[in-house]
Design a protein around this ligand. Structure first.
Ligand code: GP9
Ligand code: MN
Length: 432
């Protein structure tokens, strides 16, 4: 109803954070290439296993002065895993408390997603490259509602058995075999690559194994480093293709990890490799492990570096729009621009836990980030602050749920926005 919509609008309008003028539009008109690093956790960045960097290429991008990198960026997914990450990144709306929004509501709901906004505001074409079946996570329906013009799923790639791991075409082959399509897309383009090789249970053939596994008594933990290294090398090769094709200089490259790769229970096996004891490992530690990479690589930029701002997947779309010189103000988005002075640094998890630059609130328990100590008797001031943050997080999540479950965007047409008609897209046609 209109009062439901008004409650959402009231929240998102007040929550909106205006862009930093010095960064607004710095990437205007550039191609946008989003690289989804499957199951890739932030701890891998700059991590050395037995003295050897696991992901040397991504580390070099992370440290580059041409990259805005984030060290306190969190995944916020629920049971929809990859699909929840995609949903948040491209809509700045949360996933559902249970299940996957893509699967449950992705066919019928109205979306005002990145591909449609960029097409309508700045003439961008759009495509997704993913080496799994188009129907996985209901993507073949969802992407039409997002306004994606092309979806290069596994049917566009060579899927002979030795080209595959469990979730689809090996990342190096996906990147390599995508270039012929990418080169023909109308510029500027907005494209997304969803990698799959670094997915549980992290199995890879001998030929592609060029990094030694770890030595715990959990094989999935051990092999996580092997497939993460493979992914790192795949991204490196992709950058080489981009430079060769001349696309690199006209593009920005957004890199993110979608969610954890090692579960809370397996973190006990990982703990010693992080210099921690499994005996004292707790919920606070598990929450800290929800950090994932977020990097915006802008060729030619000289003032980048590591940002310590707290944020998460929900914040990506307004951040990106502002860098591209497109105001996000007219849209219903729950995140805020990471570069804005008004950015909201309280990061909500789907279960209602949250983290701020100073405190972690995990299932009702408060921890101090700096020390990891649990605060069992907070001062009146801290208790009041936590209570306020907690209420805001609950309000935000429940308004997002109301927006999704009642399909409220069908009643809201942002200024100049032409509702997306999924019938305009047919991904089975041959490209070109
Ligand atoms: C499958 C891939 C994996 O297409 O995106 O999804 P996940 O299991 O990580 O949600
Ligand atoms: Mn995933």
């Amino acid at each position: 109803s209109s009062s439901d919509l008004n409650r959402v609008l009231d929240f998102t309008r007040k929550h909106y954070a205006k862009p930093d003028a010095s960064l607004f539009g710095i990437a205007k008109g550039k191609n946008v290439i989003v690289i989804h690093l499957e199951s890739f956790e932030q701890f891998l960045i700059n991590y050395k296993l037995d003295g050897q960097e696991v992901t040397p290429f991504l580390n070099s991008i992370y440290r580059s002065k041409s990259t805005y990198s984030f060290s306190n960026f969190f995944n916020q997914v629920g049971q929809g895993k990859t699909s929840d990450a995609e949903n948040m990144l491209e809509n700045s709306v949360y996933g559902l408390p249970q299940g996957s929004l893509f699967s449950a509501l992705g066919t019928d709901n109205t979306f005002q997603a990145a591909p449609a906004i960029l097409n309508q505001r700045a003439g961008y074409s759009s495509a997704v490259f993913h080496g799994n079946k188009g129907s996985f996570w209901n993507r073949d329906n969802v992407y039409k509602n997002f306004g994606y013009q092309y979806f290069f799923d596994s049917s566009y790639f060579n899927t002979s058995a030795n080209n595959l791991t469990e979730y689809g075409v090996k990342d190096k082959l996906l990147f390599h075999d995508s270039i012929k399509y990418l080169e023909h897309l109308q510029q500027p383009f907005y494209v997304k690559y969803i990698t799959v090789t670094n997915h549980f249970p992290y199995e890879l053939d001998k030929k592609n194994t060029t990094f030694p596994a770890a030595n715990t008594d959990d094989d999935s933990v051990n092999n996580y480093f092997v497939t993460a290294h493979y992914l790192d090398q795949a991204v490196k090769e992709f950058f080489t293709y981009l430079k060769k094709s001349g696309l690199y200089d006209n593009s920005i490259i957004v890199i993110y990890g979608d969610h954890y790769g090692i579960s809370d229970s397996r973190n006990l096996k990982l703990a010693p490799l992080l210099g921690k004891s499994a005996a004292t490992w707790n919920d606070f530690d598990n929450m800290q492990m929800q950090r994932v990479p977020f990097m915006i690589h802008i060729p030619g930029l000289k003032s980048g570096g590591v940002q310590t701002t707290y944020g998460g997947e929900i914040d990506v779309l307004p951040t990106l729009l502002h860098l591209l010189g497109i105001s996000s103000k007219r849209y219903i988005q729950f995140g805020t621009d990471l570069f804005s002075k008004e950015h909201d640094q309280t990061v909500a998890f789907r279960n209602g836990s949250f983290i701020t630059p100073h405190y972690s609130y995990v299932d009702g328990d408060i921890y101090q980030n700096k020390t990891g100590e649990q605060i069992t008797h907070p001062s009146a001031k801290l208790a009041a602050k936590i209570k306020k943050d907690n209420q805001k997080v609950n309000t935000e999540l429940s308004l997002s749920d109301s927006l999704n479950n009642k399909n409220l965007l069908r009643y809201y047409v942002p200024k100049g926005f032409k509702p997306v008609d999924p019938k305009n897209y047919n991904y089975k046609d041959d490209f070109g």
